[in-house]
Design a protein around this ligand. Structure first.
Ligand SMILES: [Zn+2]
Length: 488
């Protein structure tokens, strides 16, 4: 039987005590995107869903995994260049390149892990970590080399105007943030997708992590260059894959942190892109009910020259170019005019998607929408009696209505057509006319422009074949811009 010395007995017990501190329900979310991302990396490695399920073996696994990667030359230069310049813990500091081995990095991370202190009592008056507020800060100020985007400390380098102050951050948060790069996307700036509830964050970060695990490389987000394009693409893909479809995103909040924390002047910034709930729900619904229609909508919004657009496929466009549709969704502005294609005289989507957009995003009430749809059908019933050229001309009047009086004139014109063609009832009774033009007036959500766009959608939907036939016999002016906005 081996003898145990008192020393080794105490040492062993100490380790176990420390382990117990961390192993038993001591992992928690903080709400800070970078720290939470580190926790996501650990959960993905452990193949677990909840922080409270994590064990010391899981932590050892993540330390080993990260240390091996971070010791690689290409990882060190990526980490140094974009996330952790001169970091001493994971040794991205170029001055450490000789000592940079998986063993040494792992030693640093374990040291930090063992330095994580007990969670403070609520009543404690002790100074607390600014990120999680639960533990005492680490024994020294933390700077941007160890935690992205904080103050510079003594390392002013090129930033004479920078904030030299460090922050009070605890060892727990500092430890977690070291693993954040494992779930980041490199687009060329660094993208962290933060989401609540956290199970959705795991889903959204999985791709980056799996890529890293498989290839030992940083995921470049399939070569996407715009974070919002990548996110919305993923939303549609995940929606189509999961059983609950678009309901998967109910009550979900997503924020993108697109940042760089380099060493050179102008290389410290973060774009915080909050995804409005309405945009998230709409894009998910589009992916579920009318994927092709959604692509048609997007295809109208690329900010690119006509020549380029003709050469590039949808997949190439979505990787590199801004889209006006995304921009508006993120700014909670209307995208109604992208639901139809004036040039091709066609509706881009099914009515069902348009309806969802009007009710759930624009906040139109159902009765109003039904009423406008009905007016659209009455217009169609009237103008379909016209010969092709006249039909085309009449629709063009609506297309070109950029002022309220022009919009009014269109109705008068249609009313006259009804009389000429001997259609029994009038197009609108007075109340309806007033409702369409006055009560919707210039209201932001239900302006007459909304009504115009909905009517055009309905007309294209019903009369596309005849309109396009009439068009081909006319010569249309060529336009240079792809996207054309409303004239004010
Ligand atoms: Zn903390």
């Amino acid at each position: 039987m081996p003898t145990i010395t008192l020393d080794s007995f105490i040492k062993q017990n100490n380790i176990e005590n420390k382990s117990k501190n961390i192993g038993k329900n001591k992992f928690y979310w903080t709400g800070h995107p970078f720290v939470d991302a580190g926790l996501v990396a650990i959960l993905l490695i452990a193949n677990k869903n909840q922080p409270k399920e994590l064990t010391n073996e899981d932590i050892e696994k993540v330390i080993e995994f990260a240390s091996k990667l971070y010791a690689k030359k290409e990882w060190a230069s990526y980490l140094h260049g974009k996330i952790f310049p001169n970091n001493g813990i994971i040794m991205s500091n170029p001055g450490m390149s000789k000592k940079r081995t998986p063993e040494n990095i792992s030693k640093n991370l374990k040291g930090l892990y063992n330095n994580i202190l007990e969670i403070l009592e609520w009543s404690s008056k002790e100074k607390r970590c600014i990120v999680c507020g639960k533990r005492k800060p680490h024994n020294k100020d933390i700077y941007r080399s160890d935690f992205p985007l904080l103050g510079t400390g003594g390392m002013l380098n090129f930033f004479h105007s920078a904030n030299p102050k460090g922050e009070d951050i605890c060892a727990y948060c500092l430890f977690l943030v070291q693993f954040m790069p494992l779930v980041a996307y490199n687009l060329p700036n660094v993208l962290i997708i933060h989401a609540y509830p956290y199970e959705k964050m795991l889903e959204l970060c999985k791709e980056g992590f799996n890529y890293t695990r498989e290839h030992s490389l940083v995921s470049n987000a399939r070569d996407f260059k715009k974070p919002e394009n990548f996110l919305f693409k993923k939303i549609v893909e995940i929606t189509r894959k999961v059983e609950s479809k678009s309901k998967f995103w109910k009550n979900v909040s997503i924020t993108l942190y697109y940042f760089r924390n380099g060493n050179r002047s102008g290389e410290q910034y973060v774009d915080i892109i909050h995804i409005p709930t309405s945009a998230l729900r709409f894009v998910a619904f589009a992916g579920e009910v009318d994927y092709n229609g959604w692509r048609n909508i997007l295809n109208m919004g690329w900010i690119v020259s006509r020549a380029k657009k003709e050469k590039l496929s949808f997949e190439e466009l979505e990787k590199s170019y801004f889209n006006e549709v995304y921009r508006r969704l993120l700014n909670e502005e209307s995208i109604l005019e992208f639901f139809y294609d004036k040039k091709e005289k066609k509706a881009n989507t099914k009515w069902r998607l348009l309806e969802f957009y009007c009710l759930e995003v624009l906040g139109l009430d159902e009765k109003t929408l039904e009423f406008i749809k009905d007016v659209g059908d009455r217009i169609v019933e009237t103008i379909k009696e016209l010969e092709d050229n006249k039909l085309r001309q009449t629709v063009r009047e609506l297309e070109n209505a950029t002022k309220l009086y022009q919009f009014e004139n269109f109705f008068i014109r249609v009313e006259k057509i009804r009389q000429q063609k001997g259609i029994s009832k009038s197009l609108l009774i007075f109340d309806e006319f007033a409702r369409l033009l006055t009560s919707y007036g210039e209201d932001i959500n239900t302006s007459w422009r909304v009504v115009r766009d909905l009517l055009l959608f309905r007309i294209y939907e019903k009369l596309h074949d005849r309109l396009i036939k009439a068009q081909s016999s006319e010569s249309e002016e060529e336009e240079d811009e792809i996207y054309e906005g409303d004239e004010e």
